[in-house]
Design a protein around this ligand. Structure first.
Ligand code: GUN
Ligand code: ZN
Length: 427
């Protein structure tokens, strides 16, 4: 039976990253008709009630109905090592990340962490994500199996590494190609799942491996490709040593067929002008991971330059280099980095980044990340007064954005009153 969800509603009319709040309309008393896992109608509560008298009413009162959050770069296998102290990127990988990723050779461990991660994501209002797995096919199986059981639209891939990692975490160019291909053929397009070709980053892949994965992508160009780009200064210097003939970091991917419009480049902090120009020209996405960039000490995403270039940008937690599972906390960190780079991001821009911006970066903007007829019914009900600190500030709010901003800056999983995936309540 159709359900009519009533509450405050945000609808996107354009690109809010570019146009700001003008691109978003707000209904104080709006609603959404959900039928068969899809959004069938959005409008004023009274109009929808009149038009659909048979629908079951779910009244969310003052809560804000929003698209579920979309996390465009996360490492689910790092769930249990989030908030590990004191290291910068390469040491952090060697000290905390790689030892934990070795455990994913055990399918039972992979299943346990995939379940834990997805529960945490849903509790934080995240309904879709693009995740790295480990080199083990079992880690991909575990993630997709858990996401499928929840009916989620999710993307993920086997992380490929054939050097500069512990022996137990190394594949080869051929096995990376073969294993990725088998997983892709099994999972890509199965239900709401999609496969992502995933070379971890140039330091842990030989040229032969990048080349093999570039060939796989050329055979399956509708797949996404995710990797890391220009995250930390020491890392960039290392890439220069490892690939002495490359023009820059991006060129290590470009040369081997790993530059394309379905690419997602995580971090992209210290870009050279040529790299930024090429990415813009191709239309690939830059994925901003602000809590990670501060936590691991990577640097400040150049908001003014990237916005002026008109780049496709998504937002991500980068769990567990990132220090939170919450896209609210992630929006707050993006705002702070905006401030530090003299580009104060409007709440409308932040909310867009965490929903439609990330969805577009994953080439799923026509399915998720907005509340509109024909979209899949992945949505959340947000309590805009979830704590005393927030509610006392909201009491003075003069418009919807002033009412939302305290939740962006101070909110956490307590603000997520409910999470629905394909119309079904999962949290
Ligand atoms: N670069 C290569 N691998 C990783 C990772 O797991 N996390 C982060 N933040 N950066 C990386
Ligand atoms: Zn990452």
């Amino acid at each position: 039976m159709a359900e009519l969800h009533l509450g405050q509603v945000l609808e996107y009319r354009g690109d809010a990253l570019v146009e700001g709040p003008e691109a978003v309309s707000h209904r104080r008393r709006g609603g959404m008709l959900i039928d068969g896992g899809m959004i069938a109608a959005v409008g004023e509560a009274d109009d929808l009630r009149d038009a659909h008298p048979q629908a079951e009413i779910v009244d969310h009162g003052d809560h804000l109905l929003s698209p579920g959050f979309v996390d465009a770069h996360v490492h689910y296998p790092q769930t249990a090592i989030i908030a590990s102290w004191g290291k910068r990127l390469i040491d952090w990988l060697n000290t905390y990340t790689f030892p934990e990723e070795i455990s994913f050779a055990d399918p039972a461990h992979a299943e346990d962490i995939a379940t834990r991660y997805l529960d945490l994501a849903l509790m934080n209002g995240t309904t879709s994500m693009c995740s790295y797995c480990t080199i083990h096919p079992a880690s991909v199986e575990a993630f997709f199996t858990a996401a499928k059981a929840r009916g989620m639209r999710a993307a993920a891939g086997k992380t490929c590494m054939d050097r500069h990692a512990p022996e137990a975490l190394r594949d080869t160019p051929q096995s990376a190609y073969d294993d990725s291909r088998v997983l892709l053929q099994k999972w890509h397009g199965t239900g709401r799942l999609s496969y992502v070709i995933t070379p971890r980053f140039s330091p842990t892949s030989s040229a032969d491996q990048l080349c093999a994965l570039g060939a796989l992508w050329a055979e399956h160009p509708d797949c996404l490709m995710q990797t890391h780009l220009s995250e930390q200064v020491d890392e960039i210097a290392w890439v220069r040593e490892l690939y002495p003939t490359a023009r820059d970091y991006l060129d290590t991917y470009e040369t081997y067929g790993l530059l394309g419009e379905n690419a997602l480049y995580g971090h992209a902090i210290h870009l050279e002008p040529r790299e930024a120009d090429r990415i813009k020209e191709i239309g690939a996405a830059l994925i901003h991971c602000p809590t990670s960039n501060t936590f691991i000490g990577s640097g400040l995403f150049d908001w003014p330059t990237r916005l002026a270039e008109g780049q496709q940008i998504g937002l991500a937690t980068d769990t567990g280099g990132g220090s939170s599972f919450s896209m609210l906390r992630t929006m707050a960190a993006a705002y702070e980095i905006g401030q530090l780079t003299h580009q104060p991001l409007h709440p409308a821009q932040l909310w867009w980044l965490a929903t439609q911006g990330s969805a577009q970066s994953m080439r799923m903007g026509d399915k998720i990340g907005a509340l509109a007829p024909g979209m899949e019914a992945d949505f959340i009900a947000v309590d805009l007064a979830s704590t005393l600190a927030i509610s006392q500030r909201v009491a003075r709010a003069e418009d919807i954005w002033e009412a939302i901003f305290p939740t962006i800056m101070m909110g956490d999983d307590r603000a997520i009153a409910g999470t629905w995936v394909a119309g079904k309540r999962l949290h």
